[in-house]
Design a protein around this ligand. Structure first.
Ligand code: GLC
Length: 550
């Protein structure tokens, strides 16, 4: 059944969606890894924050070689996170509070412990079992060289050679990520059928949609030609040139099929693409009317704190997504990037996925970082469309830079032999309370990544009643955004302010962001919310304000 609502009024067009990274959110079992009962226990805090939906990073069965993005059973919950019954309870409790639930779907690759891959290894070259993945003979007289020169996103070669059942060195399989994440062959109809089944499994349980992992990578260019990425490319992007494993035309047919499948269900179920592409115009191809519903706006996330660049990316996003009838999305942080309270104060280029650590040059100033993060979020949440928040940003959490080497877990760290720190610094378990073991993450003090001693100052309980806290800022922004219908609004630029100011109207509010280094006089109006103190009509650098009336 399709939705009885008028086209254009679907919830996902304007929703604020909060990303939960389950292993670091809240831990009821006390083993140091967050879990689904932990999520359920904290839903009231998310209601109080005022989000419309949550997206959960993978909690499905997995050996956890890439924190759950290596799935061994797509239709079960990993015991470290709980059970399917815990999932159902969490979903029911979220729905009871009017919070929609999106789950992560990882279709580009499975875990090497998935039964299909284990069967593939046991079967012979050329068998139907191998045809579900991308196995090829190696180059060289003995097949001792990989089939092509592709590199893994996490560093090192994208191919691993297997040992055949008779003990001889055998074929190679493709893994764009870790060795433990073999890529599926999406030209194989069995793979397509299996993912239809997986989609239905979760839709039947009542999920409101899927965040689709690596949605630009499923189809590889025929012949798997060699490709060398530019050295300055972020791990997931690939720069301006055509990349034989990203953004191939064939992926769109898959999403058209899924679109139809979702449309059989009521309630405007949605698909959101994680697709890292060089421009908004290209990303918009993922959200044409018969494909996915949303795509992450990584172009926006990657825009530095620069007024001209911000104006440009906002205008491009509204035009680019608007041209295909999709809402723009906005996002500043997630589990793969340096938290924006640190990233916006970096003084040295830091490509996506590299991370920051004790030896990184140009370390961010935490005061500048938090000030800019608050200003950037105040700007973002005034924009029409749908916005994504990443757990902990509402507390103003910075990236954890000084994790000891021995604690790091991201495969990037191991595959680059410590050259790239990777993403652990944005994944440290959340502080809920200033006191108590592990700052309220659990009762035992266990934590899969060590929490820094500064965490107490960021704890939710100390921020809850503080009118100046980042948590209070987020709550106010979300409440005003909802009350004023900003998600469904229209942006109208204001050009009369200095170059270093980003200013626009959306419905009843005027938004002014001072992205420069000089103070600016504010236009008339009453302050509805501001990212920092506003004194006598002057907006300081790195501050954003919403004004009403004039
Ligand atoms: C996506 C996920 C990331 C994961 C990768 C491989 O980019 O967001 O965390 O490592 O895909 O699945």
């Amino acid at each position: 059944m399709s939705s009885p609502e008028a086209p254009g009024s679907e919830w996902w067009r304007t929703a604020v969606i909060y990303q939960i990274y389950p292993r670091s959110f809240a831990d009821r079992s006390g083993d140091g890894i967050g879990d689904l009962p932990g999520v359920t226990s904290r839903l009231n805090d998310l209601s109080a924050l005022g989000v419309d939906a949550i997206w959960l990073s993978p909690f499905q069965r997995s050996p956890q070689k890439d924190a759950g993005y290596d799935v061994s059973d797509y239709c079960d919950v990993d015991p470290i996170f709980g059970t399917l019954a815990d999932f159902d309870e969490m979903l029911a409790q979220a729905h009871a509070r009017g919070i929609r639930v999106i789950v992560d779907l990882v279709p580009n690759h499975s875990s090497d412990q998935h039964v299909w891959f284990r069967n593939a290894l046991a079967a012979a070259p050329g068998s139907p079992e191998r045809a579900r993945y991308i196995f090829r003979d190696g180059k060289g007289p003995q097949g001792e060289e990989p089939p092509n020169n592709w590199e893994s996103v996490f560093g090192g070669p994208a191919w691993t050679r297997v040992t055949e059942a008779d003990g001889t060195p055998g074929q190679w399989y493709l893994h764009l990520f870790d060795t433990s994440q073999p890529d599926f062959d999406w030209t194989n109809d069995e793979v397509r059928q299996e993912f239809r089944r997986i989609l239905r499994f979760w839709l039947d349980r009542g999920v409101d949609g899927f965040r689709v992992d690596v949605a630009h990578g499923l189809v590889k260019k025929e012949g798997l030609p060699d490709y060398t990425p530019p050295t300055d490319a972020g791990s997931m992007g690939g720069g301006e040139t055509a990349v034989p494993y990203w953004g191939q035309d064939g992926v769109h047919e898959i999403y058209r099929d899924w679109h139809e499948l979702l449309a059989e269900y009521d309630g405007d179920r949605a698909l959101c693409a994680e697709a890292w592409l060089p421009s908004v115009a290209q990303t918009a191809l993922w959200v044409r009317p018969d494909e996915m519903h949303q795509a992450f706006n990584f172009e926006y996330l990657e825009t530095p704190w620069d007024a001209q660049k911000l104006r440009l990316v906002i205008a491009d996003s509204l035009a680019g997504f608007g041209a295909v009838g999709a809402p723009s999305t906005w996002v500043l942080s997630n589990h793969d990037v340096v938290r924006h309270a640190s990233r916006l104060a970096l003084t040295v280029e830091n490509p996506q996925g590299y991370g920051i650590g004790p030896r990184t040059p140009g370390k961010p100033d935490p005061v500048v970082g938090l000030r800019r993060a608050r200003a950037a979020t105040t700007l973002m949440l005034a924009l029409p469309g749908s916005a994504y928040l990443y757990q902990g940003e509402e507390l103003g959490l910075p990236e954890v830079i000084d994790l000891p080497d021995s604690a790091r877990q991201d495969p990037t760290w191991f595959r680059t032999h410590g050259e790239r720190y990777g993403r652990d610094g944005c994944r440290v378990p959340l502080p809920w309370t200033a006191d108590g073991p592990s700052y309220g993450f659990n009762d035992t003090g266990e934590s899969w990544l060590p929490q820094p001693t500064q965490w107490a100052a960021f704890a939710r309980d100390v921020q809850r009643d503080d009118p100046d806290s980042t948590l209070t800022l987020y709550k106010t922004l979300l409440a005003e955004r909802r009350a004023r219908g900003l998600g469904a609004g229209q942006l109208e630029w204001i050009d009369s302010l200095p170059e270093h100011v980003v200013a626009f109207r959306n419905g009843s509010i005027t938004v002014v962001a001072n992205v420069g280094t000089e103070p600016v006089p504010l236009p008339g109006g009453t302050v509805v919310v501001s990212s920092g103190p506003v004194a006598s009509g002057i907006l300081s650098p790195d501050q954003t304000v919403w004004l009403a009336g004039d």
